[in-house]
Design a protein around this ligand. Structure first.
Ligand code: UDP
Ligand code: MG
Length: 306
């Protein structure tokens, strides 16, 4: 059986359509499935729509969080609830085209353990967004060796891979990178990002920046070393300037000492903030709080595992 995990936050207008489109595609391809909506603490009628979808098709089920815990937690909870031999993670707004799921499933049947959905085009994203996400993935790739260019959360995972990911005890998870980090035989398919079916995008620029910083730090400690490198560079510059001054080389109206003082002060603050953020992240981890809290569940009926 294939489990379809759908993180959903304030997706009231999408639920019925998404359930119908996905089940239509899978029924047509003769794939046995369950659909798990992970309601990430929506404030609209998302949960009600999930119950209606379940009444119409018992293969649809849901988990409801007590509040918004973020997409990563929603994916995690969906994978924990998944009973399938493999699972596909897909956005609720159908920007990840469901029509390619049967192709992913065939690749899995032919031995692939991870099938990555790679964006062939990024849809309607602004120039700043594209530049920002390229920089983010380049940083992750150089720090972890995992090439994540054009990857997304749209992927199919074998049961072995799901169990390997779920066995990780860290609290701050980055699904997109973890599914590459665990290894296994991976293949990819490309897809065009579709327009959002209904409703508005849920990510604000502030949420995206927080998400990028948090995941970069969860995945690499390079910024900590970087602060040392920056310190080294600035010390070398000040040493050179000091020697030049001692040798009587005129620096014109350049107030060397003042500027250097400001520069080093700034760098020390940057380094302190990097260390501070890591400390904060360690603090979050050692609290061992759950990734999410469930307030309601609807179990699916159907599928060969019943
Ligand atoms: N989402 C979520 N929790 C959040 C924010 C978003 O579960 O806190 C879900 C959302 O419902 C959607 C997916 O994550 O299914 C992608 O969100 P969105 O379409 O807003 O962003 P995009 O990836 O298209 O920029
Ligand atoms: Mg979207």
């Amino acid at each position: 059986m294939l489990s379809v995990v759908i993180p959903s936050f304030n997706e009231e207008p999408n639920i019925q359509n998404t359930a119908k489109v996905i089940s239509g595609v899978l029924d047509e391809s003769g794939i046995d499935f369950e659909i798990i909506f992970s309601d990430d603490g929506s404030g609209d009628g998302t949960w009600n729509e999930i119950t209606v979808a379940h009444d119409a098709d018992p293969r649809v089920c849901g988990i409801r969080f007590s509040r918004n815990f973020g997409k990563e937690s929603a994916i995690w909870a969906g994978l924990e609830a998944a009973r399938g031999d493999c699972a596909v993670v897909i956005d609720c707004d159908l920007q990840h085209p469901p029509k390619v799921i049967p192709e992913m499933y065939r690749l899995w049947q032919n031995g692939a353990e991870v099938v990555e959905g790679k964006k062939s085009s990024r849809g309607k994203e602004s120039g700043i967004y594209k530049a920002f996400s390229n920089l983010f993935y380049k940083l992750i790739a150089s720090a972890s060796g995992i090439d994540m260019a054009n990857t997304s959360d749209f992927k199919l995972l074998d049961r072995k891979v799901i169990d390997a990911i779920l066995s990780m005890s860290e609290r701050t998870t980055f699904f997109r990178a973890l599914s590459g980090w665990v290894g296994f035989h991976s293949e990819s398919i490309t897809y065009d990002v579709e327009e959002r079916a209904f409703g508005e995008k849920k990510w604000t620029p502030k949420m995206l920046i927080k998400y990028a910083v948090k995941n970069l730090m969860a995945f690499t400690s390079v910024p900590l070393y970087l602060s040392g490198v920056l310190g080294g560079i600035i010390s070398a510059i000040s040493a050179v300037l000091f020697i030049l001054k001692c040798c009587g080389v005129g620096l014109g109206s350049f107030g060397g000492s003042e500027i250097l003082l400001l520069l080093t002060g700034g760098l020390i603050l940057i380094c302190l903030s990097i260390i501070g953020r890591y400390l904060a992240q360690i603090y979050e981890e050692i609290k061992h709080r759950p990734k999410y809290i469930i307030s309601d569940t609807i179990k699916s009926h159907g599928g060969q595992n019943d």
